[in-house]
Every structure is written in C-alpha cells, then in structure tokens.
Design a protein around this ligand. Structure first.
Ligand code: TTP
Ligand code: MG
Length: 349
C-alpha cells in the first residue's frame, strides 16, 4: 500500500459555481450567493471572478457592491446545494466507504486499496462529467497535508504531496495555513515573532507549551507535518465542538458571549453541511487556575439552528457559570447527533 492514503475534496466556489452552471448568463461574471439585490445581508460565497475584486465569504453585501459595482447577487438555494452534495457523496461511495464529510462541499476519504492518485483523479473527473462542477483535490499521507494540498492549486486543482515534499513545503508556509490557527492566534504568534512554520519550529517549544499546553503540542506536530487524526465516518462522529484559548483571560460577559455566538454560527454551518441536528448543547469554561466546568442542556426536539444553539449557550453562561475567576478558555459542543435518514433502498426483485 502506498503511504498516500488520504484524499481531500473541496468544491470550487461551491454555491456560485452551481448557479453559474444552472444559469449560463452568469458564467464568467462576478457573482455572489447570499444577501438580496438591494445589497442587504452577507455574502455566502463569491465566484472567482468576484474574488478578483476582493469579495469574500462573510463580507457584507454592501461592502461587496462597493468593491465590485457590477456584482450580481443571487439568492441561496440551500435545498439544491444539499441535493448536489448528496450526489457528490454517492460518487465518493463508489471508491470507499471511509468518508468524513466536513461541510456541504468538503470531505476526507481514506483509501486502503487502489492507487489514491488515480482514484483522486477519477473522482475529480466523475464530479465534472456527472455534475458539471469543478472540485479541487488533494492527495497525501494524512488529513492535514491532504487539505493543504487541495487548497494549493484552487480552483480546479489536483495536488499530490508526499512526505518528502511536505518537509520542503511546510517551513515556508505562513503560520495561518496551519489547522486551527485563526485570526486571533495568528496575531498572537506574530506578536511573539512567529510568522512562518519555520519560525514556530525554531521557537522555544517549552514556552509555548507552558502557555498553551496540549494545543501548543498539536500545533508543533502539525508544523512538522504530523497528524494522526483518523478519517471519521458519520457513524463515528458523536459530537462536534468549537473552542478557543483566549488571547487574554477575562471575566467580561460580553466578550465571552461574543465567542459563544461565533462558535454557534460555525457549528450551525457544520451541521447544515452534513444535514445533522443535535439534541444536547454543552458549554465548557476553563478558568485561569486551569479548573474547568461544563454545563449542558438536552432539548426536547433536535435542532440545527445557530440561533437556538447560541440562545441556550448564552443562557447557560449567564445563569449557570460563576465568573468569579478570569476565564482562559471557552467552548461550545453539540452532541446527541441525529443524522439524516439513509436513502430508502427499494428492491423490485
Ligand atoms: P468553502 O469551501 O469555504 O468556499 P467555496 O466552496 O465557496 O470556495 P473555495 O472552496 O473554492 O474557496 O465553502 C463552501 C460553501 O459554504 C460556500 O460555497 C458557501 C458556504 N459558506 C457560507 O455560507 N458562509 C461562509 O462564510 C463560508 C466560508 C462558506
Ligand atoms: Mg469549497
């Protein structure tokens, strides 16, 4: 078996590519899905033509229109995107049953037989031939590097990264490219002089571990190209969570609520992508003395709504979490997950 056994597939400008496929008049034009023609709301995604003007996901539509006056706003047709996502998954299932859906347009595949490079190419072709959409595909020896690979030649990319190549590519990368390094962590690392993966590898690891514990260890491992996380199929995923170590410890309720809101939006989106709902919502708070507490609620009916997740997590924070000591970490987790019904198999025999 080749050591390259993981494939990461990520559709290119997914929502807008679907609309450009279905409405030829929008092809090769700057298009945004999300918001309304009056420019209210936020951008879900922007076509690559619109990205040239700096338009990005999560930007307000007003700002998108300022950057690109000829931009075309199209409504979100989530049911259609979910249908196409299912078709993409049925293509994956022709090659392997070890599929980890990450969001509506993104998945990891684990291959134990066959040549993953050939299979990656076949999947990409089949998606294009059957659905008229392009995907970017990365093939590598672990999930983290496979995802880096699929991102490297977007759109319509196909990138293979071997272990030796990873050793050459990684050190030059900006630290932001490492899994889990968001805007805030990037700022923190930049402030202590870390801009690239190499900077982090050269840094005093003991210092990082003292400040961040396990998280620093994981970051260092990723920078070395090491990621042992397994491809988790739906059946194996029991919960999903988002958490962060704060840049500065705080007792400020408004700041903590803002994190919960951000995490609820992210979890809602992750669940929508996989058509999952949850019944249990848990918040976790770790204080500056490293003592943690969790608070949970189990709902009578499953939900996938960011708003509902936020309302409950906020209520638990306000009513059930004492803020006598500063908080250093906050997180939200959803569990008791309910998966969409498997397609019903009808046999005429
Ligand atoms: P992404 O894969 O992050 O973005 P993309 O497919 O549009 O573009 P590319 O992968 O080529 O960079 O997200 C997939 C879809 O999820 C996207 O088409 C729309 C939706 N989405 C949102 O609704 N809001 C967001 O903030 C993001 C990032 C994505
Ligand atoms: Mg995508």
């Amino acid at each position: 078996m080749t050591e390259l056994s993981i494939i990461h597939v990520d559709m290119d400008a997914f929502f807008t590519s679907v609309e450009q496929r279905d409405h030829p008049q929008y092809r090769n034009k700057p298009v945004v899905v999300g918001g309304d023609p009056k420019g209210r709301g936020v951008v879900s995604t922007a076509s690559y033509e619109a990205r040239k003007f700096g338009v990005r996901s999560a930007m307000s539509c007003r700002q998108a229109a300022e950057l690109c006056p000829n931009i075309i706003f199209l409504p979100v047709d989530m049911e259609k995107y979910k249908r196409i996502s299912k078709e993409i998954h049925s293509i994956f299932r022709n090659y392997t049953s070890a599929i980890e859906p990450i969001s509506i347009d993104e998945a990891f595949l684990q291959l134990d037989v066959g040549n993953p490079v050939d299979i990656g190419e076949s999947i990409k072709k089949e998606i294009y031939n059957r659905l008229g959409l392009t995907a970017s595909v990365g093939v590598s020896y672990n999930k983290f590097i496979a995802k880096l690979a699929s991102d490297m030649e977007k759109p319509n990319g196909f990138t293979v990264i071997t272990r030796d190549e990873a050793k050459k590519i990684l050190p030059e990368l900006p630290i932001r490219k490492i899994w889990g390094v968001g805007e805030k962590t990037e700022r923190y690392l930049n402030n202590i002089g870390i801009f690239t993966v190499n900077d982090l590898l050269q840094y005093d690891h003991e210092f990082l571990m003292r400040n961040w514990g396990r998280r620093a260890y994981e970051l260092i491992q990723l920078c070395r190209g090491i990621d042992h996380s397994a491809v988790q199929t739906d059946q194996e995923t029991k919960s999903m969570g988002e958490e962060t170590t704060l840049e500065e410890d705080t007792k400020d309720l408004e700041i903590l609520k803002e994190y919960l809101r951000e995490f609820s939006v992210a979890l809602g989106r992750r669940m929508a992508g996989r058509d999952i709902k949850c019944r249990t919502i848990t918040i976790k708070v770790k204080y500056n003395d490293f003592k943690s507490i969790t608070r949970s609620i189990t709902l009578p009916l499953p939900t996938g709504s960011s708003r509902i997740i936020y309302q409950h997590s906020r209520d638990m924070l306000v009513n059930r979490v004492p803020l006598l000591k500063p908080v250093r970490l906050i997180g939200v987790q959803v569990s008791n997950l309910i998966y969409p019904d498997e397609p019903i198999q009808i046999s005429f025999i």
